[in-house]
Design a protein around this ligand. Sequence first.
Ligand SMILES: Cc1cc2nc3c(=O)[nH]c(=O)nc-3n(C[C@H](O)[C@H](O)[C@H](O)COP(=O)(O)OP(=O)(O)OC[C@H]3O[C@@H](n4cnc5c(N)ncnc54)[C@H](O)[C@@H]3O)c2cc1C
Length: 383
Amino acid sequence: MAEKTFQFPTYFKLLLIIITTLGKIVTAEEISAVENISDKLRNDTESLWKVSRDFGNIVHEVPAMVFHPASVDDIANLIKSSYSSPVPFAIAARGQGHSTGGQAMARDGVVVDMAALRRERKKKGVGGISIDVYGEYVDVGGEQLWIDVLNETVENGVAPISWTDYLYLSVGGTLSNAGISGQSFRYGPQISNVLEMDVVTGTDVFVKWIRLLYSDFSAFTRDQERLISIKALDYLEGNLLMHQGPINNWRSSFFPLSDHLRIATLITKHKILYCLELSKYYYHHQSQENVNKEIEELLEGMGNIPGFYYEKHVSYVEFLNRVRSGELWLQSQGLWEVPHPWLNLFIPKSQIMQFNSGVFRGIIFKRNITTGPVLVYPMNRSK
Ligand SMILES: Cc1cc2nc3c(=O)[nH]c(=O)nc-3n(C[C@H](O)[C@H](O)[C@H](O)COP(=O)(O)OP(=O)(O)OC[C@H]3O[C@@H](n4cnc5c(N)ncnc54)[C@H](O)[C@@H]3O)c2cc1C
C-alpha cells in the first residue's frame, strides 16, 4: 500500500483573534441603537438560550443580545459601541461553545457568534483560510474550525504540526487556552506555533508624550533610571540641547516656537540642557484624565527645571513614526545626502557621570563641536 507523504511546515501562521472586552450590563435598546450593526443583533429566546450554555453545561449566563457579524468591521464597531456607551458592556466571542466553565458567555452583555462570520465568509467564497505552501504558513480567521484547516491544508500537501484531539473546535477558541495535545511535547501547543496574530480591539491607541528640561546631569540620569525601574511608562529617552545645535532637532520638532527664546536663554545660562523624553500609551476608552493623573503622580519629586514642561497627545502611529517628518524636511532642504558620522555606545552606569563631564562638557561643548542629535538614555542590562 502506497503511503501518501505530506510536507509538514514548521510554522503555522494564525490570524485574527477577536475581541475580549468586559464591562457591565447592557440593555437591548442600548445596543440596538448602534448604527450599522443593529440588524445583526438577536434577542429571541432561542438565540439567547443557545449561547447561555456550553459543553460543560454547568454555568448558564444569559446575554442581552447575540451578535451575528458578517465582517471583522462589524465586530470592531460593536466593541467601539461598548466603549462609547456610558458604561461599557460585556462582549464575549463564542467559537463552538465547547468550553466547560462559561468562558464564552456574557451575562447581560453581547455574545458574538463567530460561526455566523464563518458562514458569511463561506457564502461569499472568502474562505478565511489561505495557505502559503512556500512560506510554510496558513493564514486563518479565528472563527474557522480546525477540521476545515486540516482539510484545506492537506489538500495542498501541507498541514499544521500541533493539534487538539478533537477538531470541531474554533481556532480562536483553542488558542485562547493554548491548544494542547499529543504533539505538544515536540512542537509546543498550538499557540507556540502562531507566527502572527491580529487582534480586533475596536479602540484607537494614543500617546501622551512629554519632555522635561534639566540643567543637572545627575538629576537627569537619576530620574531616567528611576522611571525605567518602575516600568510604568512605554517609552523613555533623552537628548542634549546645546547652543551648537537647533532646539528642535531634525529627529522631532516638539517645543513650541513661542518658547524657543526662553529655552535658548536657558541654554546660554547652563551651557548644556538635558531633555528627558517619555511617553505613555492610552486607549480611547481610558479617559485622558486618568493618564494625566497617573503621569502627574509619576513625575512628582523629579529634579527637572520648573516651568519647562512640554506635552503632546498624538496617535500611536504618529508617535512611532516621529522621525519621518524630520527626514522629509531634511530631504526637502537637500540636507539628507550629507556625511553622517554616527556613534552608538553603551556606557556602564558607573561611568556615566564621567562621560558627561569628559565628553559632553569636556569635548563637545568646550571645543564648540557642531552636533546633530545626541541621545542619551538608560537601558536595563537584562533586556
Ligand atoms: C470533545 C472536546 C475535546 C477537546 N480536546 C482538546 C484538546 O485535545 N486539547 C485542548 O487544548 N483542548 C481541547 N478541548 C478544549 C477546547 O480546546 C477548549 O474548550 C476551546 O476553548 C473550545 O473551543 P471553542 O471554539 O468551542 O471555543 P469557545 O468555548 O466558544 O470559547 C472559548 C474561549 O475562547 C474565546 N474565543 C472564541 N473564539 C474567539 C476568537 N475568535 N477570538 C478571541 N477569543 C475567542 C471565547 O470568548 C472563550 O473565552 C476539547 C474540548 C472538547 C469539547
